[in-house]
Design a protein around this ligand. Structure first.
Ligand SMILES: [Zn+2]
Length: 463
């Protein structure tokens, strides 16, 4: 029997392009979803709750089918089912908290802008959940580069998942002439949501989207960046550097075909998925995580196509994510002109360890234990300074301190039972600001620990 058909957005509500799709199964394992009741009937009118329900179900199923085969555990981090809350109320926000993907709606003078109406927003959040299932240690590691990579993975997920729809591939091939590295509705992530957010918070989104993957950014040591600037110590802002490099590489992979077809574009998305996931699985969670993952991506790409390493190398070097010197060593390793023992790498059984931070400036009277990134002393990957030289990576303590300081400065820490008049904690649990915190202080054994409670994709907006 043929599957029932439903109407969904092809890409973003802003483009107003609707397409037919098979009605998805929400409760299929692996990667099952649980939507809160009631279960709604499909509706063809995009401004209805029923349409958003099934449009979201289709996007999330599409995303799970795309990433799922690469997840070794074959289920979400917490088990076979992941909750989905499509509208938890007002807020320019969406988050992932290991139990569920949670979406809110922005309020404008012309109506609500639902985060869950956007397939890009849905597949960005799904990307967090998938990456968490692939490499769970990223969740708690106190490092801006690690958190920013999580955000970049979300945007890469949005872009690659949108290309799983045949008509979207056809449309992008026509509108770009096969050169993906240009401003298009593929590069513009979450157009409707970002455009509306920009009107209310101009610093937090582009005028026509949330983030544009074709915008060029160069790597800088995140610990030296200001807390407000075009590229800042904010993980969403910093994520754009890596997404921009991956987007250029995606275009480079496709450019190997003189007149790319839809099937070739689909293949390239699958190859990019495989390369990035294999890189994540093999990368040490070190203080210079961007350089480490980039190096692994260059190495893993050779398995797919011998022409790919040069494409990735160029994209990462151009943005200072990899220094010329370390990129040259990586290519020599690949070409066999130097021995594999030049790269000792990180023992994959060695995961980030808990270590204490001085916490008196956080208003605490005992050390705060955090999961620090590893010291990359035995790895070859290095990012570049602005003049192109290899950058000395920060120590685990320095990287963790810089990241944790920013959490406290931005009010993203719930003090739990250690809250007082000056610091919000459990006794303030009705305070809406706490719903947007990303970390919590709690006692485990004889240690005071900083644990992550969610990844917030709009953490500055408390509505
Ligand atoms: Zn995010």
């Amino acid at each position: 029997m043929a599957a029932q058909q439903i109407l969904i957005w092809e890409n973003d509500p802003a483009s107003s392009v609707l397409v037919m799709a098979d009605k998805p199964s929400i409760s299929t394992i692996p990667f099952k979803y649980t939507f809160p009741p009631p279960r709604l009937d499909p509706n063809q009118h995009p401004d209805t709750r029923e349409f958003r329900y099934w449009n979201a179900a289709a996007a999330l199923r599409r995303g799970a089918d795309f990433w799922g085969p690469k997840v070794d555990r074959s289920e979400w981090l917490r088990g076979p089912a992941l909750g989905v809350s499509l509208d938890l109320g007002p807020g320019w926000n969406a988050n992932y908290d290991r139990r569920a993907l949670n979406f809110y709606h922005g309020v404008t003078s012309t109506g609500n802008i639902y985060a869950a109406a956007s397939p890009d927003m849905l597949c960005h959040e799904l990307g967090h959940a998938m990456l968490d299932a692939i490499q769970p240690h990223l969740w708690i590691t106190t490092s801006l580069e690690v958190e920013a990579f999580h955000e970049s993975f979300g945007d890469i997920s949005a872009i690659l998942c949108s290309l799983q729809i045949p008509s979207m591939r056809d449309s992008i091939l026509v509108s770009t002439g096969g050169n993906l590295y240009c401003n298009s509705r593929l590069s513009r992530v979450a157009e409707q949501f970002g455009t509306a957010l920009h009107i209310h918070f101009p610093d937090d989104a582009d005028p026509d989207c949330l983030r544009n993957a074709v915008k060029f950014f160069c790597y800088r040591d995140p610990n030296t960046l200001p807390s407000s600037a075009p590229t800042t110590q904010d993980s969403h802002s910093f994520s754009r550097i890596f997404t921009n490099a991956i987007f250029e590489a995606l275009a480079g992979m496709l450019s190997l075909y003189p007149a790319p077809t839809s099937a070739q574009l689909l293949l390239v998305t699958e190859e990019m998925r495989d390369i990035v996931v294999e890189a994540v699985k093999s990368a040490g969670i070190v203080t210079n995580y961007y350089a480490e993952v980039a190096a692994k991506i260059v190495q893993k790409s050779a398995v797919k196509n011998p022409a790919y390493p040069a494409i990735f190398r160029a994209a990462f070097v151009r943005r200072n994510i990899l220094s010329l010197e370390s990129a040259s060593t990586i290519m020599s390793l690949l070409n066999g002109t130097i021995g594999a023992d030049a790269d000792e790498g990180i023992d994959q059984t060695y995961v980030p360890k808990l270590a204490p931070l001085d916490s008196s400036h956080y208003g605490l009277d005992e050390p705060l234990f955090v999961q620090m990134p590893l010291d990359p002393v035995t790895t070859i990957a290095r990012s570049a300074t602005p003049d192109g030289r290899s950058m000395e990576p920060p120590s685990p303590e320095a990287a963790a301190t810089a990241f944790v300081d920013q959490l406290f400065i931005k009010g993203l820490v719930n003090y739990g039972e250690f809250g007082d008049r000056d610091h919000k904690g459990d006794k303030d649990n009705k305070d809406p600001a706490l719903a947007h915190t990303t970390h919590r202080i709690q006692r485990e054994g004889d240690q005071l620990r900083l644990v992550r409670i969610r990844i917030n994709c709009g953490s500055r907006h408390v509505c």
